[in-house]
Ligand binder design. Structure first.
Ligand code: ADP
Ligand code: MG
Ligand code: MG
Length: 886
């Protein structure tokens, strides 16, 4: 079995086997770019090592063979006392992963070869001892887990003794002394001397990289980022080149475009006379890459040439790491660079303009999550305001409010009309009311799957979690950070995208992208490259997508906004709110009606009100289809709470007042009280129990449509019966509805469809029967998820989802993204059997999954006709429907 690949043997397609770093080093080698020679030990070797605890049999031999040819290519032997070859040992998994062992440079140095290195560098002793102390430091820290601070303290001590803060002021003798100190530290922590045998150094470093795959931080990171646990990491062994040989040497990093804004130009940092890790460690301040032009114009020119070449080759933004050794440029890493959401759109647009990619590819390179991010309002930081601290951006948005430290206080202050930010060490189900009341949530512990993060995302509420610099003291109602104290009632601003926390109120501005969608910003006139890129890519998505996108809207206002966002109809118009407010009293009358006449009177009073609601919506939608769902939740939700009523009745009786009405209500409420309302008298069940209720709604809908038609406006109502589980339920409602429709429509030309929601598992499983009576299906995936899993969303999300996510039972909450295997299977079955029974059956989705990127792809695959989502998700759904189709 082949466990080791020379750089000349690999290529960028082999990321699974060689890791990202190794695959790209090979790719650059084969492009003829100046990469120091080296080889990659595969992820398979790592997997084998981790599975059995020992290296596979042929691995040592293969490493030896590759090392030998490396030595031959370089004309040096590893750690040769008179002229040593040195190598770096670098981890590199398929996905870049903080928390794993990173890199050990200068492997091969020991007490003897350090002298040889100095001699070979023209007697540069300083360089040789600097390299040696770096080896002990990195090897000690990453391979042997010696606390890194001890080395740093020793280095600081040496600088202090010299009266400097710059490591360049340390001379050969200082560094030699530092090596002795380092060796002592090493011995103290490991109980052994720093290994002097070069090959032992190499092997220990390689196995440490393997082992670091299972380091606690790496495991945690993988779980959060949903990276499979069994991939393993590759190890790259690379001949050293030296950036610390003097002022004509150095090291740097660069991006081929600005990863923040996407702007073209040269973005990078350079540090003269240094080795790679110094740039990141911030040992000295770097200079902008442009300065390199003055320091070393030849290398600079070559670097720009290579950057252009890489972009042309990868057809994308690349980031790179390089080193210059005495005027000679070496490439040490490249990859397609990470970027912000804005840069993703801008760069995709630019690459189309440059003729490097086509619009399909541009569409492929952006996604709905990025678009959603661009639609959140953002903090407008006039000047560089330093954040108080930063945590993990767990649920995006910009929230400003007074800090509170308990759920009770959050509810209290929010009740007084204040915006509050709930600050906790971590949240628990007890905090739920406070989380609902708060504008934003801030915790000092826990990651992206913590209770706070999961619940906040579910509620669409801004959340920053795991801000571990915050010392939260709930008892004294304050937190301290960095010597500052923030007390209850003080204002903070938290950014759920970047995780930053600011003291005081940071002004919030609306997103440009939303202004563009709303039509208050013109794409071509604005001159904003982001808006232009979004405009173009959205247009292409619309051209490509097969799924239509509708919206969930209950009011004319929502409908109008959704249309501006590109909605092509209403997929779910809930009618419940039409029974609230002033109309509550009419509902009470309906429920308390003793006789048919009483009931008819109450319904007749509701009818014109409902009709007006629908007229408004039909007008806004101007000929687009509108799916109206007949009333769904249990009626007792429209009645006063049981306890309150009971008290009122008792008080009235005490005082000898007439409480007949209250008593009747109380009886009705008692009668309707349910143990499990979610599984109770809902949807069609209610319609079948209260005579005339559905009929009144149907009449209101059709009369509204006819009224529009008489005004010359097309209205396309689709009447949707909720919670059907058996075809007989639907047939009963439909027979009654059809009579009314025929009577009201008359010769108006209005067309009305009658269909059903598929949200009870039994409906999905008997979809073939139900389709006989339904002119359309709409999956209510929220209920289908609740009933498919047998848990109620309102009760369980805060109670145990965080634990399920932590354990990996859920990759993501099934309410956030559709559970393809279970609930998704119900959707597939119902679609297939429904269409088999009624070819061409129109099928959509009206649960919140309709706006979730992953779920949109699923619905496309299943072949639905449309998704429907909240107005703000409409652009996201359009984009993802386009992406699903390419
Ligand atoms: P990371 O994945 O953390 O970026 P790398 O393996 O890229 O770790 O190593 C970090 C830095 O170490 C590189 O950017 C480079 O500057 C330096 N480095 C790695 N290998 C070599 C080498 N063979 N010669 C010189 N510098 C190296
Ligand atoms: Mg690197
Ligand atoms: Mg439902």
């Amino acid at each position: 079995h082949k466990w080791v690949y020379d750089f000349t043997e690999g290529n960028r397609e082999l990321k699974d086997l060689l890791g990202g770093k190794g695959a790209n080093l090979a790719e650059m080698t084969n492009l003829g770019l100046p990469v120091p020679p080296g080889f990659t030990i595969t992820t398979e070797a790592c997997q084998a090592y981790l599975a059995s605890g020992t290296a596979p049999a042929e691995l040592a031999e293969q490493i030896t063979a590759h090392l030998t040819s490396l030595e031959r290519a370089m004309g040096k032997r590893l750690g040769d006392p008179s002229d040593p070859l040195l190598v770096s040992v670098r981890s590199g998994a398929k996905f870049s992963m903080p928390g794993m062992m990173e890199t050990v440079l200068n492997v091969g140095l020991n007490d003897a070869s350090v002298t040889g290195l100095a001699a070979q560098a023209g007697g540069n002793e300083r360089f040789a001892w600097d390299s040696y102390r770096r080896l002990i430091q990195m090897f000690g820290k990453t391979v042997c887990e010696v606390p890194g601070e001890e080395f740093e303290h020793a280095l600081d001590g040496a600088k202090r003794a010299k009266g400097t803060t710059n490591d360049l002021d340390l001379d050969a003798a200082d560094l030699r002394a530092l090596v002795d100190t380092y060796k002592t530290i090493f011995r103290k922590h490991t109980g052994r001397d720093f290994p002097q045998t070069p090959r032992e150094q190499l092997d220990l470093a390689i196995f440490a990289v393997f082992g670091s795959w299972n380091a606690e931080r790496a495991v945690l990171y993988r779980r959060q980022e949903r990276i499979p646990a069994d991939l393993g990491t590759a190890v790259n062994v690379v001949a050293m080149v030296f950036g610390n040989l003097g002022p004509d040497s150095g090291t740097g990093v660069a991006f081929t475009r600005d990863p923040a804004s996407g702007a073209q130009g040269i973005y990078g940092d350079y540090l003269a006379n240094a080795q790679g890790e110094d740039v990141v460690a911030g040992i000295r301040s770097t200079v902008p890459l442009q300065e390199l032009e003055k320091l070393d114009p030849r290398s600079y020119g070559e670097l720009l040439g290579i950057m252009a070449r890489l972009e042309e080759h990868y057809l994308d933004l690349c980031d790179i790491e390089f080193t210059i050794e005495r005027g000679k440029l070496w490439m040490l890493q490249t990859r397609v660079g990470k970027r912000t959401a804005a840069a993703a759109f801008v760069i995709a647009g630019q690459l189309v303009d440059e003729g490097l990619i086509d619009l399909d590819e541009a569409l492929h390179r952006v996604n709905g999550a990025q678009l959603a991010q661009l639609m959140f309002p953002r903090f407008r930081l006039e000047h560089d305001v330093a954040p108080l601290a930063a945590g993990i951006g767990a649920s995006p948005g910009a929230a400003v409010g007074k800090v509170v430290f308990s759920a009770e206080r959050a509810v209290e202050l929010a009740g007084e009309g204040e915006s509050v930010i709930l600050v906790r060490r971590e949240t628990s189900p007890d905090d739920l009311p406070g989380m609902i009341a708060a504008q934003g949530i801030l915790t000092s512990r826990g990651g992206k799957t913590s209770h706070a993060a999961v619940v906040a995302r579910g509620m669409g509420k801004t959340c920053v979690c795991g801000a571990d610099a915050l010392d939260v003291n709930v008892r004294s109602r304050q937190f301290t950070v960095d010597g500052q104290t923030v007390r209850e009632g003080e204002v903070v601003s938290i950014d759920g995208t970047t995780g930053r926390i600011y003291r005081g109120e940071v002004p919030v501005s609306p997103s440009e992208v939303v202004r563009y969608f709303e039509g208050s910003l013109d794409a071509t006139e604005s001159g904003d490259p982001l808006v232009q890129a979004v405009h173009r890519i959205m247009a292409h998505a619309d051209e490509r997508r097969r799924l239509r996108v509708r919206t969930n809207a209950d009011t004319g206002e929502d409908a109008a906004r959704a249309r501006r966002f590109g909605a092509e109809g209403i997929g779910l118009c809930r009618t419940e709110h039409m029974f609230l407010g002033d109309r509550r009293e009419l509902v009470e009358r309906l429920i308390l009606a003793r006789t048919d006449a009483d009931r008819q009177e109450a319904l007749a009073a509701l009818l014109p009100l409902q009709r007006n609601d629908f007229v408004e919506i039909f007008r806004e939608m101007d000929g687009q289809p509108v799916t109206v769902r007949l009333i769904d939740p249990p009626l007792h939700e429209f009645l006063p709470p049981l306890e309150e009523l009971a008290v009122n009745v008792a008080v009235a009786q005490e005082r000898g007042q007439d409480a007949a009405k209250e008593e009747a209500l109380l009886t009705a409420v008692r009668r309707m009280h349910e143990q499990n309302p979610m599984l109770g008298l809902r949807g069609v069940r209610l319609g079948l129990v209260i005579p005339g209720l559905f009929a009144m709604q149907v009449r209101a809908i059709v009369e509204a449509a006819v009224a529009c038609a008489r005004d010359g406006q097309v209205a396309r109502p689709e009447i949707m019966v909720p919670l059907v589980g058996a075809v007989q339920e639907l047939e009963t409602v439909r027979t009654e509805a059809e009579k009314i429709i025929a009577e009201v429509v008359g010769d108006s030309g209005v067309e009305v469809l009658v269909g059903t929601m598929i949200e009870v598992p039994r409906a999905a499983l008997t979809a073939g029967q139900i389709a006989e009576a339904a002119e359309f299906f709409s999956f209510g995936t929220n209920d289908l998820t609740q009933m498919g899993w047998g848990f109620s969303r309102d009760d369980v999300e805060g109670a145990f989802f965080w634990r399920y996510l932590e354990l990996g039972i859920f990759g993501i909450s099934p309410f956030e993204s559709i559970d393809r295997d279970g609930v998704g299977r119900l959707v597939r079955i119902a679609t297939e059997e429904g269409r088999a029974a009624r070819p061409g059956l129109k099928i959509g989705v009206c649960g919140e999954h309709g706006g979730d990127p992953e779920s949109v792809h699923f619905f496309h695959e299943v072949g639905l006709d449309y998704v429907s989502c909240s107005p703000f998700r409409v652009p996201v759904a359009r984009l993802e429907a386009g992406r699903a189709a390419i």
